[in-house]
Design a protein around this ligand. Sequence first.
Ligand code: DP6
Length: 335
Amino acid sequence: MKASAIAHSNIALIKYWGRSLDHDPDLNIPSNDSVSMTKYGLAHDVRLQTHTTIDFSDNYEEDTANLDGAVLTGRNMDRTLRVVDPLREFARVDSRFRMMSRNDFPTQAGLASSSSGFAALAIATVNALGIDFTKEEISKYARLGSGSAARSIHGGFVYWNKGDSHETSFAQQICGPNEFDMNAVIAIVHEGKKEVTSDVGHNLAHTSPFDAVRIKRSESQAKEIKKAILDHDFTRVGEIAEENCKYMHAVMMTSTPPLFYWIPETLRLIGSIQEMRKEGLECYFTIDAGPNVHCVSRPEDTYELRKTLDEIEGVIQTIPVEPARDSQAVKKHLF
Ligand code: DP6
């Protein structure tokens, strides 16, 4: 009972920040709908994806998991079990598992995302256990590992309906990777792990007085950006994404305790992106729970955008990406 999967990471255009207070926090039910682009690195050695193999067998005495050569323990192992245990129960399987996972991310770039990790884990587990699930059903189980992983099951542009239960909170594809023309360049200005993980941040969001406003706005922006994507309106997509990112960081900065993810280089990039836009290269920024900046543009501008970003003081590395295909099961096993 062995299966493998490759899943891509994603960048949120409408952010998930904060779990709904009305549900069990372990379910990762968000307070608002969110929208993302699933990413595929344009450089052959930086695809930004996770390859995972899982094997269930009575020969194993205990569950073990390994990520990039390190044995998973504590919180990381708990999150793995949150995905695997309910699926194992659903399939009525008692066997223990061995799991191995590899990230194709630049070492220490602060990018290693749990979105591709838990999406790959959910797809591989469902296949190893022989469960016949739709992508939407798999998305619910990926969500139990990390919220954003629910969106990484699909390629292209993705909408996560917040729902109000485990059964109703899952992601659906808005359109495939070739149906809306948008790329992104990631500008890395800080390497290494973030000090406060999203997991902790999700529990702090509601302490900000601006949280309710962000949730309300995000709900309408999610619907509006979906329409803009389907209308091929790049300008509108960029404008809404940038605005939504600012709302999230306003909530982060005004939580108790406050979370400041930006560093001086982040602000320098924001300024340069505004400047590029004035000069006719249309691009927009979005920033997750860290200082690195994603800059979205039309595909034909990717090369010039990257060249300009590379020259900005403090930029360590740039990574160009395009919309990815669906994450999926693969025949190649890691062991
Ligand atoms: C800021 O709980 O999915 O990226 O475990 O860090 O992957 P990680 O985070 P998760 O929260 C994601 C928060 C976000 C916005 C988003 O992706 O929607």
